[in-house]
Design a protein around this ligand. Structure first.
Ligand code: UDP
Length: 281
């Protein structure tokens, strides 16, 4: 089955979930004050300006944008992405132009502390998405899931609805589309008119993709969510809570996916650069 047919079949099977959610249509009750968004500090970590936000403020900011009429990008960089941005100035610009850049990972929290510009707390992509589902259950906020291997976004949609109840999933599509198929992927998203588009194409592809296509996407917030779609689908698992709390997610990931070791060499590089910046600049 081609990507287009797959997307079309995915869109039609989700209608039931969408209609169920429509039945519980309500006004958003959780309106944030504009203060959080307008006066959020940014912490400069090696040229990437991370917003100094709590999880609560990040959720409120996204929901505030959902109620507005322009489109915003949210990225969730970790220390690996900060290091990729050191080698790729274009990626650094794309990150810095985001509406909201949240610190995903204990590495950034520790790094900010070493640099004497502490961040309030870790706001991981997966936790942000889960909190958005919690805040949106039974409400009108529409989600579209883009990314993962064929079938994974659909599994994620089914799991989200069974776990969080009435979540308005407006559609989903896999993330292995070709350049020729891209227009039809965007057309399907625009037909579904989601408020929040979750894009899990891996970093930095998803950040560039959102940046390049925002102007033609009919939604309010695009969030780069990396492997969160796999976690929601159950095809990947999150590190146990004690490892997440101890900042050892990287170790869990390395044990499960040893092929990532090359990419993960950026973690010691991040630590080295951070101490070098702290003591020699
Ligand atoms: N992916 C995708 N299209 C691609 C490449 C990757 O949809 O062309 C998906 C992949 O299936 C996985 C996610 O992107 O679900 C990348 O997950 P990873 O945990 O590697 O995210 P990262 O750490 O790169 O943010």
């Amino acid at each position: 089955m081609g990507a287009l047919a797959f997307a079309a079949c995915e869109n039609s099977s989700i209608v039931i979930i969408y209609n169920e959610a429509q039945a519980g249509r309500k006004q958003l009750q959780h309106m944030p004050s504009r203060r959080n968004i307008l006066f959020m500090d940014r912490v400069n970590i090696h040229g990437v300006k991370i917003h100094n936000t709590t999880m609560q403020e990040a959720v409120e900011t996204v929901l505030h944008w959902v109620a507005g009429d322009t489109i915003h990008a949210v990225y969730t960089p970790n220390s690996e992405i900060i290091m990729q941005a050191q080698r790729n100035p274009e990626l650094k610009n794309v990150l810095n132009e985001a509406g909201l850049l949240v610190p995903d990972g204990a590495g950034l929290i520790l790094g900010a502390r070493v640099l004497k510009t502490p961040l309030k707390e870790k706001v991981s992509g997966i936790d942000l998405v889960k909190n958005l589902f919690l805040a949106s259950r039974g409400k009108n906020t529409g989600f579209y899931i883009l990314g993962g291997q064929p079938g994974v976004a659909e599994m994620a949609a089914v799991n989200i609805v069974s776990k969080y109840g009435k979540i308005n999933i407006k559609g989903y599509a896999h993330g292995y589309f070709t350049a020729e198929e891209e227009s039809s992927v965007i057309e399907n998203i625009n037909k579904a008119k989601p408020d929040i588009l979750l894009v899990g194409l891996g970093a930095p592809r998803q950040e560039f993709w959102i940046h390049q296509n925002m102007y033609r996407l009919n939604c309010k917030v695009c969030i780069g969510v990396g492997g969160s779609i796999d976690i929601l689908a159950g095809t990947a698992i999150l590190a146990p809570e004690f490892m997440r709390k101890a900042g050892l997610e990287w170790l869990f990931r390395l044990i499960r996916e040893p092929k990532r070791y090359k990419r993960m060499l950026d973690l010691p590089r991040f630590v080295f650069l951070t101490y070098k910046t702290r003591f020699f600049k």
